[in-house]
Structures are given as C-alpha cells and as structure tokens.
Design a protein around this ligand. Structure first.
Ligand code: GRF
Length: 195
C-alpha cells in the first residue's frame, strides 16, 4: 500500500477529495496532512476524517526558508510518504526542498498550464478574454508551476463570469482531476489524464 502525504494552507477541499478517493481497492492511503498555517480550516477537516495532522507555522522561522522546510521535511520523513500532494499549499518551495522529494511530489494549479503560472489565474484568464479555463496537475520541479503535466481539466468561460464564479467551477473539476491523476501516479503511470 502506497503512502500519501498532503500539504495544505487553507480550506483543504482538494485534500478531502484526495482522501475520499483513497478507499477500497485504491492502491494508496493518506498518512499525513500538514500545513504551514496552523489556523487552516483544512486541518480540522482532516482530523474529522481521522487523519494525522501537523502544522509547521512558517512565520516562526521568519525569513529562514531552509529552517522552515527542514522542520516540515522532518515531519514528512517520519510519515514516510511515497507521494506528496500539494493541495492549495501556498508556500513557494526552494529547489533544495524540491530536490529532496523530486519525482514524487505533485501540485494542482488552477489554470491550463503553461498559461498563467502564479496567482490570480481566473482574473487573468477573464482579462485575456479566454474562451476556456481549467486546472492542471503537474509534477513539482524547482521552477514554479512548471513541471511535467500529469493531467488537465477544462471548463468553458461563461458570459458574466467573475473570478469567483469561474474559480468555483474550476474547483469542482479539480476535485475530479487530482484523484484521477493520483490513482495513476501511485502505480507509476504518468500517462496524462484529460477531463
Ligand atoms: C485550489 O484552487 C488550488 O488549485 C489552488 O488553491 C486552491 C485550494 O483550494 N492551488 P483547497 O484548499 O483545496 O480548497
């Protein structure tokens, strides 16, 4: 049975979708939910699901990113994950940390990469007049939102869409895409999923 750790910073709806998918004949189980935000509501949701949780407050380390990452990595290594899923984890990880977990760390991003890496993806898609938006699951590499794509889901942009209404429709697709990619990835299958 493969072991999956999930990193969050906020509400954790993707974490819930991932955890809910890892049941029955699924070849993996969640073993830890970690957050850089002790007040993240997703930690409470993870506890409700009976999952081990830990918070490593990045503020306690000031500008010392390496020290924060070492503290986080110590908890991760204790959990012995085969795969780490970034799910709304909002800290940019240094190349040093990424190299430690290279090839077994995934991220979900709310745009059709390579379009709109970074923040405010829905507002940028609307401002550009795009006809479609979506989300991407990719392998994490040292360059932000840049690794090999493992899956994408598209949604049409509707007349009158705001960043909030578009984000809500994309989030619903994220909850389908991420579990589908994870199920393949934990079995060593990197064939992209397109929804
Ligand atoms: C998602 O839209 C994800 O793509 C982005 O942050 C949001 C997190 O949502 N990186 P949640 O915490 O999983 O609900």
């Amino acid at each position: 049975m493969k072991r999956v750790a999930i990193l969050i910073s906020g509400g954790g709806s993707n974490m819930v979708a991932l955890a809910a998918s890892m049941k029955g004949d699924h070849p993996a189980r969640p073993v830890l939910v970690a957050s850089n935000e002790p007040s993240a509501s997703g930690l409470g949701r993870a506890q409700m699901l009976g999952l081990p949780v830990v918070a490593v407050d990045h503020r306690a380390f000031g500008k010392d990113r390496a020290a924060f990452e070492d503290a986080l990595a110590a908890h991760l290594l204790l959990a012995r994950p085969d795969v780490i899923c970034l799910a709304g984890f909002m800290r940019i990880l240094t190349p040093r940390f990424v190299e430690r977990f290279r090839g077994r760390m995934l991220n979900i991003h709310p745009s059709l990469l390579p379009r709109y890496p970074g923040l405010h993806t829905h507002a940028r898609a609307l401002a550009a007049g795009d006809a479609e938006a979506g989300c991407t699951v990719h392998e994490v590499t040292p360059a932000l939102d840049d690794g090999p794509i493992l899956g994408q889901a598209k949604v049409p942009v509707a007349a009158g869409d705001t960043p909030e209404t578009l984000a809500a429709r994309v989030l619903a697709r994220e909850h389908l895409l991420y579990p589908a990619v994870l199920r393949r990835f934990v079995q060593g299958d990197r064939t992209p999923v397109f929804l």
